[in-house]
Design a protein. Structure first.
Length: 266
């Protein structure tokens, strides 16, 4: 995008502006130029101001200083605001490979980029080997084969024994089963299981991939299913580094693939 100010005229040239933010920011300047008229015979000298991917060329004559300053400020602010809201590139999906995961509980198999477990009537658990972050964005895709299934992402986990002294957060979808009825929840184990949100009770989708995602930044925890925000919670129980794990607690097989992890602040 290139904006050119010539004398008291503001015209566009080159590629069209790409965002509504830039148009909204510049609308008052267009109106200002229209109200004071346009002199095409004025001498033109130019100075340039870079603003992200925008370039502003403004006439240097004193009569247009106010317009020039307003254009520069408007474009700079618009581009900065748009950049602040722009999402960071998503990390590449990683296949589920045995060398990347510690099998902590249960019998797991890794094949064709997916992981599955025998999933007996107790916990089955994998730990990610390569990082123990405090602030991160992590997700995994899961395929529920029956309504009696579960899948949880646990994080900031510390402790020697999962059942005895481990403490952590867990974001879990328990579709329905013998232990309790269906629920989508965010909880802590410290050392007992405690809900930190009011669980939701959606019907679990079967026969397709869904994505569970967690983002933890300090005491701010957010979770999603696919692109839908489920929980947005501030909690200060475990603002610390710790392990990330994938936890199944149902006697039904599930399929896992496409793990993604971004360690924030790096």
């Amino acid at each position: 995008m290139e904006l050119v100010v010539r004398s008291r005229c503001l015209v566009g040239s080159g590629a069209p502006m790409r965002s509504s933010a830039e148009w909204n920011a510049l609308l008052p300047i267009f109106l200002l130029g229209g109200s004071i008229g346009c002199r095409r015979d004025a001498p033109i000298t130019t100075s340039s101001v870079d603003a992200g991917d925008a370039r502003v060329e403004a006439a240097a004559e004193p009569a247009t200083d106010a317009v020039t300053d307003a254009v520069t400020d408007a474009v700079t602010d618009a581009v900065a605001d748009e950049g602040a809201d722009a999402p960071r590139p998503e990390p590449a999906a990683l296949p589920m490979l045995k060398e990347d995961w510690e099998v902590a509980i249960g019998k797991w198999s890794f094949e064709n980029g997916e992981a599955t477990c025998e999933c007996k009537a107790t916990s089955s658990l994998l730990y990610w080997k390569h990082a123990r972050p405090k602030d991160f964005d992590a997700s995994v895709e899961v395929w529920f084969l029956t309504v009696e299934s579960s899948m949880g992402i646990l994080f900031r986990e510390r402790g020697e024994d999962f059942y005895e002294d481990a403490t952590f957060y867990q974001y879990e979808w328990y579709t329905r089963g013998t232990h309790h009825d269906k629920r989508l929840s965010l909880m802590i184990k410290n050392p007992y299981w405690v809900q930190i949100v009011k669980p939701k009770e959606p019907e679990a989708p079967l026969g397709r991939w869904i994505r569970l995602r967690v983002r933890a930044e300090g005491d701010h925890l957010r979770t999603w299913i696919d692109d839908d925000l489920v929980f947005d919670k501030v909690d200060q129980t475990f603002v610390r580094t710790g392990r990330i794990g994938l936890h199944v607690f149902q006697p039904r097989k599930i399929r896992l693939r496409d793990f993604r992890l971004t360690v924030l602040g790096e």
